[in-house]
Design a protein around this ligand. Structure first.
Ligand SMILES: Cc1cc2nc3c(=O)[nH]c(=O)nc-3n(C[C@H](O)[C@H](O)[C@H](O)COP(=O)(O)OP(=O)(O)OC[C@H]3O[C@@H](n4cnc5c(N)ncnc54)[C@H](O)[C@@H]3O)c2cc1C
Length: 427
C-alpha cells in the first residue's frame, strides 16, 4: 500500500533534545501532527549548559518565559580569563549592539531538556521516551521509521516527513555519508563534571560563565542556581595526544595542574560527579535535507562549544525546520528543494559562529578576547556575537566575516604580574 495515503502522523522526529523538542513544538504551533521518539528516559544528564541571550525569543514564543526565569540562574555576562597572564575581560550582554535580551540562563540540561520536551507534549506532540529509532526507509510516497522500545517488540510508524534530531549520533548523516570534519579546529576532546561550593562571583555576576584560556585549551565554569557548578575543559589536540591513555579523571587533573586560574575557582570545592568525556569534534553535514527529511541541531553540524552556541542553533534550527515542513505539508510537496531555504537560514548563524571559532583557534581572536577594552567597537561586535545575535542580518556581522586580525594589539598579552587587580583595564 502507498504510504502517503495512510500516514500515521505528519512528522516523525528522532531525538528529544532541544533540536527535536523545539521542532516538535513549532510544528504543533502550525497545527501539524508530530511523534517524537527519544531513546532515553528524561530527565537525563547532558552536556551543554550555558545558554545565549538571543534564544530568549524562542523561549518566549514557546510560552516558557516565566518558567525559565523561575527555574534557572540569570547569566548577564561572559568572563574570559587568560591563565598564563592573568588578564581578564567581562562581556556584559547589556552592551551588545542590539541588547534586546540582556541576559541568558545557565541550565542543568536534565531539567531543561525535560521541560522543553514536556512543553512539546503540552502543545500536543506524541512524545515517547525509551524509544530508539533503528531504521528509516525514505520512499517516494512517505517515510517508514522502525522503532525499538526499551520493552516490547519493534514497530513501524509512517510519516510524510522525517526529522533527524539525534544530536552528535548523527543517525542520517552517518548513514548517508554526509559528515565532514572541521580540520581547522585544533581541539578534539572535552572532560567535564560538577562541583559544589566553587568560588563564584557574587551579586548579579554570580551567574556569569567564566572561560579560562590556557596553553592546552580552555575551561568552562558554569554556575547553576543553588551551589552546583559545571566545570569542564576542552583540550587542544597536542594536549590530549601528550596524555594519550589517561583516564578522563587523569586528563582533567592534568589540565587542572597547569591552570592556576582554574585552581583558584575550585579551591575548597567538592566534586559530585564522575568526570565524563567526549570526543569526535567539529563537523558539518554537506546537506541538511533531502527528499522528505531534514537534519536539525547537532545532527546537522557541531561547532566547538567555546561560545556556548549549540542550544541556540538547535532551537533556531527547530523553528526554521518547522516552517519549511509546514509549507511542504501545505503544498503536499516533499521534494528536497523545498527545504533548501531551511539550510540557508540555519547556516546564517552557524557560519558566523564557525568563523568566530576559527578566528579563535587561528590565535587572533584569542588575544583580542582579553584585550577588548582597547577596542570599543570590536568589543561591541564580540559582545553581540557572544549574545548570539546571528540570525538577523546586521552590518557589524561583516566584521566577523572579514576576521579580526587588523584589530590585534602588536604588544601581545600582558604578563600575569602586570595585570593583577586590573580586571577590565587592558589599555
Ligand atoms: C563539551 C561540550 C560543551 C558544550 N557546551 C555548550 C554550552 O555551554 N551551551 C550550548 O548551547 N551548547 C553546548 N554544547 C552543545 C550542545 O550540547 C548541543 O549543541 C545541543 O545539545 C544540541 O541539541 P540537539 O537536540 O541537537 O542534540 P542533543 O541534545 O544531543 O539531543 C539528541 C537526543 O537524541 C537522542 N537520540 C540519539 N539517537 C537516537 C535514536 N536513534 N533514537 C531516538 N533518540 C535518539 C539522544 O538520546 C538525545 O536525547 C556543548 C557540547 C559539548 C560537546
Amino acid at each position: 500500500m502507498a504510504i502517503g495515503s495512510s500516514c500515521d502522523v505528519d512528522v516523525v522526529i528522532a531525538g528529544g533534545g532541544p533540536a527535536g523538542s523545539t521542532t516538535a513544538s513549532f510544528l504543533r504551533r502550525h497545527g501539524r501532527s508530530v511523534l517524537v521518539l527519544e531513546r532515553e528516559q528524561f530527565p537525563r544528564f547532558h552536556i551543554g549548559e550555558s545558554l545565549l541571550p538571543c534564544a530568549g525569543d524562542i523561549w518566549d514564543e514557546l510560552g516558557l518565559k516565566e518558567e525559565m526565569h523561575r527555574r534557572f540562574i540569570v547569566k548577564p555576562a561572559a568572563r574570559f580569563i587568560h591563565n598564563e597572564s592573568g588578564a581578564q575581560f567581562t562581556y556584559y550582554f547589556a552592551n551588545a549592539i542590539r541588547p534586546d535580551y540582556p541576559y541568558a540562563y545557565e541550565v542543568q540540561r536534565d531539567e531543561f531538556d525535560h521541560m522543553l520536551l514536556e512543553r512539546s507534549r503540552e502543545l500536543g506532540a506524541d512524545v515517547r521516551y525509551l524509544s530508539e529509532v533503528r531504521d528509516i526507509d525514505i520512499q517516494a510516497d512517505g517515510v517508514r521509521t522502525e522503532v525499538q522500545p526499551s520493552e516490547g517488540a519493534p514497530y513501524e510508524v509512517r510519516s510524510q516527513v522525517f526529522v533527524d534530531a539525534t544530536g552528535r549520533d548523527t543517525l542520517l548523516g552517518n548513514r548517508l555519508g554526509l559528515k565532514v570534519a572541521d580540520e581547522l579546529v585544533t581541539t578534539n576532546a572535552a572532560c567535564f563534571t560538577h562541583f559544589r561550593n566553587c568560588n563564584r562571583q557574587t551579586g548579579s555576576d554570580e551567574g556569569n560563565i567564566t572561560i579560562v584560556l590556557f596553553d592546552g585549551g580552555w575551561w568552562w565554569f558554569i554556575p547553576f542556581k543553588g551551589d552546583i557548578t559545571s566545570v569542564g575543559c576542552v583540550l587542544q589536540k597536542h594536549f590530549s595526544l601528550a596524555h594519550r591513555g589517561a583516564s578522563p579523571e587523569e586528563m582533567f587533573n592534568a589540565a587542572l595542574a597547569v591552570t592556576p586560574s582554574m585552581q583558584d575557582l575550585l579551591r575548597g570545592a567538592v566534586r559530585i560527579r564522575p568526570v565524563g568525556t567526549t570526543g569526535n569534534w567539529s563537523y558539518r553535514c554537506r546537506q541538511f535535507y533531502g527528499d522528505r527529511f531534514l537534519l536539525v541541531g547537532d545532527a546537522a553540524g557541531f561547532i566547538d562549544p567555546l561560545f556556548s552556541t549549540g542550544v541556540l542553533m538547535a532551537a533556531y534550527g527547530g523553528r526554521y525546520a518547522a516552517q519549511a515542513i509546514d509549507a511542504a505539508l501545505a503544498a503536499s510537496d516533499f521534494s528536497a528543494n523545498r527545504f533548501a531555504e531551511y539550510q540557508q537560514q540555519a547556516l546564517q548563524g552557524a557560519d558566523l559562529f564557525k568563523k568566530l571559532v576559527h578566528e579563535f583557534y587561528g590565535e587572533s581572536l584569542r588575544k583580542l578576547l582579553v584585550h577588548s577594552a582597547a577596542h570599543p567597537a570590536t568589543c561591541a561586535v564580540i559582545t553581540s556575537m557572544l549574545a548570539g545575535d546571528v540570525y538577523r542580518p546586521a552590518l557589524w556581522q561583516s566584521v566577523v566575516r572579514s576576521g579580526f586580525s587588523r584589530d590585534i594589539p602588536e604588544s601581545g598579552l600582558p604578563s600575569r604580574a602586570e595585570r593583577r587587580g586590573k580586571p577590565n583595564d587592558l589599555t
